[in-house]
Design a protein around this ligand. Structure first.
Ligand code: 5GP
Length: 120
């Protein structure tokens, strides 16, 4: 195992089911659950069950390619389950100036309303 630079986050407790969450999709590698503070009618977070150094996208290395692909595909599965395949947004905030608040890589899957661009 490779050293993980960051401290544990609230998402570890969600993964370990120590705190409840509304799970939308789960497989061996990926967990998707509803954001506690939704910014759209559908707002789901997609995370790797093992962080493996991915505190933020900025820390990604070539070895993370497989899990990054699995996360993106899981976002598509979530969009289908939630009935928003006709229009949805996937967001990754990386770092303080992008307003990242939880340092365990996560994709936001947003939809169910008109999404505006640019996001601001
Ligand atoms: P970030 O700002 O890091 O991109 O997004 C972190 C997201 O995690 C926020 O949208 C926030 O609402 C969500 N969040 C933080 N704590 C919890 C929690 O305990 N449960 C759930 N379901 N979402 C959380």
């Amino acid at each position: 195992a490779t050293a993980d630079s960051g401290a544990p986050t609230i998402f570890d407790k969600i993964i370990n089911k120590e705190i409840p969450s509304s799970i939308v999709y789960e497989d061996e590698k990926v967990l998707a659950f509803r954001d506690i503070n939704p910014q759209a009618p559908v707002h789901v977070l997609v995370i790797p069950k093992v962080r493996d150094g991915l505190t933020e996208l900025a820390k990604a290395e070539a070895r993370h390619g497989e899990i990054l692909g699995q996360l993106l595909y899981a976002a598509r599965i979530v969009a289908e389950k939630e009935g928003i395949l006709d229009g949805f947004r996937v967001v990754i905030n990386s770092g303080p100036s992008a307003c990242q608040s939880v340092y365990h890589l996560h994709l936001h899957v947003l939809g169910g309303r008109q999404m505006n661009w640019p996001p601001g």
